[in-house]
Design a protein. Sequence first.
Length: 342
Amino acid sequence: MSIKLTQYSKASGCGCKIAPAVLEEILGGSKSTQSFQHLLVGNETKDDAAVFEMSDGNCVISTTDFFTPIVDDPFDFGKIAACNAISDVYAMGGKPLMAVAILGWPVDKIPAMYAQEVIKGAQEICNLAGIPLAGGHSVDTQEPLFGLAVTGTVLKEHVKRNNSIRENDVLYLTKPLGIGILSTALKRGLLKEEDYKILLEQTTALNTIGEALGKLSHVHALTDVTGFGLAGHLLEMLTDTGLSAIIKRDKVPILEPARSFAKQFVFPDNTTRNYSAQSKHMEGLIDLDMLFFCDPQTSGGLLFSVDPMQEAVMDALLSGQKQFFAKIGYIGAKREKEIIFE
């Protein structure tokens, strides 16, 4: 029996995130009135993970991320989901320590052997990250879903937030855009084998460079690009800063197969949802820009800002680590809109 996991879910990967407006409504009435002195990062800034300061100067990073299948192969699904969840620790400048699994499985629809393959895929990525997959929890659900809760550590002075950008900072991105478009093409049966290899290569590449970025004082802000797309996560970085981001559209890396599918109007439904929430904050979008810049990424790259005086040093570091990167723009003084595409 051949099972295609993506046929059992309405949305795929990080594209199944709850819409930003709905999430705001959910969280709006649930804020704690109690203060926790040692909670350095909570949910007030929509950051990638929570950070709690310990008494010895070390901090604990705690995060969880799970979603419905983005690919049909269960082993690959487990790899992608694990990579995506661990990325949140790297996005705080931290080092992952261990993970536990979160599994929802429609046991009456999909045999347990497929769930076993999902776990094996996650185990492979955890091994690459040098951490144990130390346990987990499972429930019987209507749609398959999988992810991890990940614990990490970081020194207090190395914690990287998503909204600590500074004027004139240079913006770096470590993976191309277009994952949501390729995953939609897969779900529609349009993706060629060579394009699937590109999809898998991108989504299973760990963002380990984040740990090194955390140790650098000239890296001012750091996040990863997932379900809200490049524009959405960039807007989170700009929140309450009084600054704007100027993005050079020709510098933003986009997967070539995604360009081709976009011309055929193959894209995730949540691309338009993202655009509806973000469009009032942007100017300069033309042609098919929206399909790329609002594309929900799964296990996307790191987006971070760097002191312009250290740009050459950063380029040398990334090149020396053989880390893909693109410099996509810079942070400027406040303009009429938060994101300007040029």
